[in-house]
Design a protein around this ligand. Structure first.
Ligand code: FAD
Ligand code: SF4
Length: 336
């Protein structure tokens, strides 16, 4: 059985107290939300500097779903299972609620929070192993070594971000609020990520992700698709979201794709509408865009399955997502 290094468990009853604890800890404390990513990683001894965890369980400030003006605001402590069937979310962003319902298994969704899913650590077949296993290989850039086993000679860790929620939320132009004792900052969600898989978040060690803001734009459509081997439990091996904004005449104004599991930072393709010769999304346009994404995306051998096969599956999922934009009313972003 894998055991973590002993650690302290801290509980706070106000956000202010939590922020002070984080600030005082100089990075030695990890935030514990649902624990479904943090605890396995502690057991794998990925964070040797961590002496304590700070539970978010008793912080009501991190809960809630509300609509204010033209945006939906979700507390980072909301659980994925609750969000997938939340009436306000199902009514305004049904495609997003459905996306949350595809993450991991029902048991994990009952524990996992949206904030935890957005701050999920990166994954690689050389890092999601025991400490003993990693040491036998001499470590790597993400675990006390100076080499990368995926890109020999590489100086940057390319471990993959494998979260699903961020892919759909970035496509929807979501923003996140980050809090610390110094104050608050609000940034586009895409800026939370950077391309170094060993330190893939731009979140400071004394900051906490508190809320997610999603613009509600009438007529906007979203489709999310992913491929994994055991659909009910596995991490995605390919995932993507496509978003389309059209005018009243059905002409596509903006078509965006966001692709995950390629590297530490989701890849955004913001100008796909330029590839549509007819100005509308038709069968030919779907093939053109699916082929374009196929050519531009290069899965690496750091997660299971052959990268060439995953690349083919990306084209298949892109085609399905684009078709869904045309067919499924469920995938519309509604704002009545
Ligand atoms: C078997 C299995 C299958 C899975 N399949 C999928 C899948 O298909 N799709 C997918 O997207 N995910 C998948 N996951 C990952 C799972 O969804 C995540 O573990 C979960 O969403 C993390 O949420 P949590 O609340 O448990 O976070 P935790 O494990 O508590 O935390 C995760 C990380 O985020 C940090 N953190 C948490 N909350 C905050 C906050 N508010 N501010 C700042 N930092 C914070 C923690 O310090 C930690 O580093 C799977 C996990 C398992 C074990
Ligand atoms: S991509 Fe390279 S450096 Fe990063 S975890 Fe994998 S083996 Fe280590």
């Amino acid at each position: 059985m894998l055991r973590p290094k002993p650690f302290d468990h801290k509980t706070c009853f106000s956000l202010k107290e939590a922020l002070h604890l984080l600030d005082d800890s100089a990075g030695g404390i990890k935030i514990l939300a649902g624990g479904t990513d943090l605890l396995p990683n502690l057991k794998h001894r990925l964070y040797p500097e961590t002496g304590a965890v700070l539970s978010l369980r008793n912080l009501p400030e991190l809960r809630g779903v509300e609509t204010q003006q033209n945006e939906l605001i979700i507390g980072a402590g909301e659980r994925l299972a609750d969000l997938s069937s939340h009436p306000a979310l199902v009514a305004t962003l049904p495609a997003l609620a459905a996306t949350f319902g595809t993450i991991a298994s029902p048991q994990i969704r009952n524990m996992a929070t949206l904030g935890g899913n957005l701050c999920l650590d990166t994954r690689c077949r050389y890092i999601n192993q025991t400490d003993f296993w990693r040491q036998a290989l001499g470590g790597c850039l993400k675990s006390h070594g100076d080499q990368c086993h995926v890109v020999p000679g590489g100086k940057n860790c390319v471990a993959a971000f494998s979260g699903d929620a961020a892919i759909a939320l970035i496509a929807l132009e979501a923003e996140v609020e980050l809090l610390s004792v110094q104050g608050q900052r609000r940034i586009p969600l895409v800026q939370l990520y950077r391309s170094n898989g060993a330190a893939h978040l731009t979140l400071h060690p004394n900051e906490l992700l508190s809320r997610i803001f999603i613009p509600l734009i009438s007529g906007r459509k979203l489709a999310f698709r992913k491929w994994s081997v055991r659909r009910s439990i596995d991490f995605p091996l390919v995932n993507l979201a496509v978003r389309m904004d059209s005018d009243a005449g059905g002409n596509v104004q903006k078509l965006v794709a966001v692709v995950g599991v390629l590297a530490a930072k989701p890849k955004v393709f913001p100008r796909l509408a330029d590839l549509l010769e007819s100005g509308t999304l038709d069968a030919r346009g779907i093939e053109t865009i699916a082929d374009f994404l196929f050519r531009k995306c290069a899965p690496l051998p750091n997660v299971p399955y052959d990268p060439g096969y995953r690349k083919e599956m990306l084209r298949v999922q892109a085609r399905r997502a684009l078709h869904a934009l045309l067919q499924e009313d469920l995938l519309s972003v509604r704002q009545d």
